[in-house]
Ligand binder design. Structure first.
Ligand code: GLY
Length: 363
């Protein structure tokens, strides 16, 4: 087991990310060490419930008065306010009180949704994140972002709400569908491009083993990626500035993801968004686009949309994004692999870039 201590300043609030490989046998101990209570609500989507729900519930039940599994339909479509209300009301009906702990067991959607429920249920109850997807392990379970989507865009409502602990069980990845695994690799690549060139080179040099899910390589890559995320979040918990670099690829990515009506997986949309940002960065002298594209393609991630999206609607979505400030869009662009900068791009240039990106993509 490895433990990463994440100290989130300035609120002097810290918690640990525990990377474990014997989780399913010792889940009760891991959970109880994180939060001691006699009531746990495990929130998971229906797929995860089917695979792990009963086993995890039965284990935690030993010694706890109340342990309930609360499920919801899998997929981004469940990330909405109605679902937050439904889950919270279900918890009231089941008799949970302020001393309870919510366990978010699942991928990014579950973490965001259950995290938001934890932050508002009875004005906030303890939360443990147990990510089951690669994307959730390396990104969404760390740093306390919760959120839901609205018609106008993705993650536009939410809170910063830190968990008491993140328990990362790498062996969940053994049963993760290929498309979900690749989805998470987009975020792994993103962290390396924004922060650590040697991590990028390491990923590129081990791409084949990563795709084969070699457990030793995977553990190293995941641990390093978590460390990068933690380092950034520790410096800027509430995204005053630095944390915004984690949005590399997300301005275009969120817009295209929403426009596909969430048929695109988040990682696929972010891969396209990173490509879009790299091409934009070329106008500022960036010259390493091909290295990034090669790696994304090796990870079977799409780097171009497959059809010509409506530019007007894409632009509107980009302006609605949380990352736009006073009507201006600041893109996170690579200076070189391992270092990024913020660039304000006006609407006229953005329209032009959308046109030339379309040409580059041959659509
Ligand atoms: N996934 C972006 C962030 O946590 O800030």
């Amino acid at each position: 087991m490895s433990i990463l201590k994440v100290n989130l300043l300035p609120r002097d609030y810290s918690y640990q990310v525990e990377i474990v490989d014997d989780f399913l046998d010792n889940v009760r101990d891991y959970v109880r060490q994180a939060v001691k209570t006699d009531q746990y609500a495990i929130i998971a989507d229906e797929n995860i419930c089917k695979i792990y729900g009963a086993k995890i519930k039965n284990q935690i039940k030993k010694g706890a008065r109340k342990v309930e599994l609360i499920s919801f339909p899998a997929g981004e479509k469940s990330k909405n306010w109605e679902k937050v209300g439904e889950l919270a009301r279900k918890m009231i009906q089941l008799g949970f009180d302020r001393k309870c702990c919510i366990i978010a067991l699942g991928g990014g959607v579950t973490g965001d949704l259950a995290g938001l429920v934890a932050s508002v249920f009875l004005r906030g109850v303890a939360l443990i994140q147990i990510p089951t997807s690669l994307l959730a392990m390396v990104d969404s379970s760390i740093g306390g972002k919760t959120g839901v989507d609205v018609l106008e865009g993705k993650n536009l409502m939410g809170t910063f709400y830190q968990p008491r602990k993140v328990i990362t069980n790498i062996s969940f990845l053994d049963t993760l569908p290929e498309s979900e695994f690749l989805n998470g690799l987009a975020e792994v690549v993103k962290h390396s491009v924004i922060w650590d060139r040697s991590h990028f080179l390491n990923i590129a040099g081990n791409a084949r083993q990563i795709l084969k899910r070699d457990p030793i390589i995977l553990k190293k890559i995941i641990t390093k990626t978590i460390q990068i995320k933690a380092e950034i979040v520790m410096k800027d918990e509430q995204e005053a500035r630095l944390r915004r670099i984690l949005n590399f690829g997300h301005t275009f990515g969120h817009a295209i993801e929403a426009q596909s009506k969430y048929k695109l997986l988040h990682g696929q949309a972010v891969a396209m968004g990173m490509h879009f940002a790299c091409r934009l960065a070329e106008e500022f002298g960036f010259s390493e686009t091909e290295k990034i594209i090669r790696l994304l393609k090796q990870f079977k991630l799409p780097v171009c949309p497959d059809k010509n999206y409506d530019h007007g609607r894409l632009l509107k979505k980009m302006y609605n994004d949380k990352k736009s400030v006073r009507g201006k869009i600041y893109f996170v662009l690579p200076k070189k692999i391992g270092e990024v900068f913020f660039a304000e791009v006006d609407e006229c240039n953005l329209r032009e870039h959308l046109r030339s990106f379309q040409e580059t993509c041959g659509i």
